[in-house]
Design a protein around this ligand. Structure first.
Ligand code: GLN
Length: 546
């Protein structure tokens, strides 16, 4: 079949679940036996998501090939179970950077390089390249932002141009919002009608409209949207709020979105039945009532004004959920700000009321002393504890200070000229920092890690060599290894190529494991991740054995 492209744009407002919709359609098409991939185009001038503060933009997701992406790429991987590559993430910055580099290299052969058509042309080439790389039958292209914004109009222009070139191979989905104002008590379609109109102004007619709303859309509303947005009623898809994001593929499948796409793009249905039933089974299973396990995440990227933001750690949260699904618990996750432990040591007591504690990744010194205190508390009180990236660095510092009695032990990220740089940067990174070349230069993407026999890590992964994803500059300083080891710290995972510590643990504790990598990026809903599964098992034991 000819490769098909589906552009997904958002209407009315951001945050209505365009990413989850894209990931769900990806899973549905896959479930019908097609090879499908998804990519995201973000309107930012940042070349990638790596330089953005998580409070502003949410988590930075890292792929195996080391791309620092928007968190939606994580949803695509979680829903499809497949690895997404760097081809599948684009930003305005990246597109302009490529075009300008090409211009400098005379690749436009003396032509005047213009915003239109050269920028949309570059976008089209990139979209096609992503499809080729994934050998996909369907390429879903999520356009960041909301229609009507100045910022993403060039991406819509690229989509329009692509449709003009091959109308049968390009389809548009508008994911829009249908509010139900409390004072009126009725679901309103006008904002969606306006969003469709804005798309029309850009020369695009949506083929399918997914209506996000607090409740299912009724026939009357579907009819209205059909009439005023000029589409078949069957192409108006109801997408009410769901109990779990993993219900969304099931809900959209019931609305027959997959069938409509195939019909409109003239793609015949595959004879062989796909594997969507596996997803349906999983979505049903996780609803069954289970005992709760109480997990605290001690971090610092939570607060924005008067609101608590959890997007900064979205993959950690999902990985906890996946592990709970697998072990048979219902998750209860609480966010605790580490800064309060700096002000008041007694606040640490609250950690005792949780079954397990996680310290996730982070940058800079704010809140780190509080994390060190939390790590000490959980080590001493034998509370199951998982440290991720900065979380592991904090565990090693704590052990050095309190067990090895190196009072001044710290990371050079926190104190440049410290007497005991337990955590330090490697030589090549020092050069990068001196030159202030921060973007895309951390230790990024998948690296191998060899596990030592007889350790918790080796037991839970059930193999000798593993591969996990990284995103950091600082490492455990090898000069301190033997001292830390003699006092009982076990370095159970090491990168064989660069001889770098990847996993640490201690004995005589229900679970006290730190990892320099980010296991959360590889956790999948149905299977879970071994580290999280073991952590949840240990946490569950403390509270109520299954
Ligand atoms: N700030 C630490 C480093 O750069 C940890 C990074 C992280 O937690 N992702 O090494």
């Amino acid at each position: 079949m000819r490769r098909k492209y589906i552009f997904v744009a958002g209407g009315v407002m951001s945050g209505i679940g365009k990413g989850i919709t894209t990931a769900s359609v990806l899973r549905i098409l896959q479930g019908k036996g097609y090879r499908a991939t998804a990519m995201k185009i973000d309107p930012y001038v940042n070349v990638d998501a790596g330089t953005m503060n998580p409070i502003e933009h949410g988590e930075v997701f890292v792929t195996d090939d080391g791309a620092e992406c928007d968190q939606d790429i994580g949803n695509y991987e979680r829903f499809s179970g497949e690895n997404i590559t760097k081809e599948n993430y684009l930003t305005t910055g990246k597109v302009y950077q490529t075009v300008i580099n090409k211009e400098r290299n005379l690749e436009y052969k003396g032509k005047c390089v213009e915003v239109v058509p050269h920028i949309p042309d570059e976008v089209i080439q990139r979209v096609k390249k992503a499809g080729e790389a994934a050998k996909a039958d369907f390429v879903l292209v999520e356009i960041g932002g909301t229609v009507g914004e100045y910022q993403n109009s060039l991406f819509l222009e690229a989509a329009r141009m692509m449709h003009l070139q091959t109308p049968k191979d390009v389809l548009f989905i508008l994911v829009s919002y249908l509010p139900v104002p409390e004072t009126i008590g009725e679901m309103k379609t006008k904002p969606t009608q306006n969003a469709a109109r804005i798309l029309n102004e850009a020369g695009i007619q949506p083929d399918i409209i997914v209506g996000r709303s607090p409740f299912p859309m009724d026939e009357a509303r579907k009819k209205k949207i059909s009439t005023f947005c000029n589409i078949d009623k069957k192409d108006v898809i109801s997408a009410p709020d769901a109990e779990s994001i993993y219900d969304v593929p099931v809900n959209l499948d019931k609305e027959k979105i997959g069938e409509r796409i195939l019909k409109k793009m003239e793609v015949p249905l595959k004879k062989k039945k796909g594997d969507f039933h596996k997803w349906e089974f999983f979505a049903k299973e996780i609803k069954k009532k289970k005992k709760t396990v109480k997990i605290a995440i001690v971090g610092k990227y939570f607060e924005t004004g008067n609101f608590v933001l959890t997007d900064s750690y979205i993959s950690v949260i999902e990985a906890v959920k996946h592990a709970c699904y697998k072990v048979g618990y219902k998750e209860s996750i609480t966010w605790l700000s580490s800064e309060k432990y700096e002000k008041e040591k007694s606040a640490l007591k609250e950690l005792s009321s949780y079954d397990g504690v996680i310290i996730p990744g982070g940058f800079g010194e704010r809140g780190v002393e509080g994390m060190i205190r939390a790590a000490k508390y959980c080590r001493e009180k034998k509370i199951p504890f998982l440290g991720i990236c900065l979380g592991m660095q904090v565990m090693v510092i704590e052990f050095a200070r309190n067990v090895c009695k190196l009072n001044k032990a710290t990371s050079t990220e926190l104190e440049k000229n410290t007497k005991h740089p337990i955590i330090d940067v490697m030589e090549p990174q020092k050069e990068i920092l001196r030159k202030k070349k921060y973007g895309g230069t951390m230790r990024l993407g998948a690296y191998d890690c060899e596990l030592k026999p007889g350790t918790v890590a080796r037991r839970l992964y059930k193999k000798k060599m593993i591969s996990e994803r990284h995103r950091h500059r600082f490492e455990v300083n090898n000069e301190y290894l033997s001292l830390l080891e003699t006092k009982g710290l076990v370095f159970s995972g090491v990168n064989p190529d660069f001889n770098l510590v990847e996993i640490m643990e201690i004995k005589k504790h229900p679970f006290y494991v730190g990892v320099q990598f980010h296991p959360e990026f590889k956790s999948k809903p149905i299977t879970g991740h071994p580290l999280f599964i073991e952590f949840i098992k240990a946490s569950g034991k403390k509270r109520a054995p299954l």
